[in-house]
Design a protein around this ligand. Sequence first.
Ligand SMILES: [Zn+2]
Length: 111
Amino acid sequence: MWETEPGYLNRNDQVTIEPIGNRGYAIATDAYLMYCLRCRAMHRTPHGSLTDRQCPECGTGQQSYPLSEEERGIDPVAALSRALRETYRLRDDLVAEGDRLRTENEQLRLG
Ligand SMILES: [Zn+2]
């Protein structure tokens, strides 16, 4: 599982929720909303740091760019389940497309 995938759990009990844009970071860096299973704090973490991220509230993680008012209002459980549904819907679409192409290929082969 990639560290950017919704539901990814790192060794410090921090869960990846979803991407939340790059406000506060270099233009090419996506930030992700993470959720701490130990103290339920939400925080933002730049792409590439999710695997080793510690909680800035109850751990020794650095406080990153603070969440906006709107981001603080996000319900992490609802956001995670929405992000997971989207991920699985995309996978289902890819599997369906693969099946369609295989069938098409077979029909071409059989003439
Ligand atoms: Zn915490």
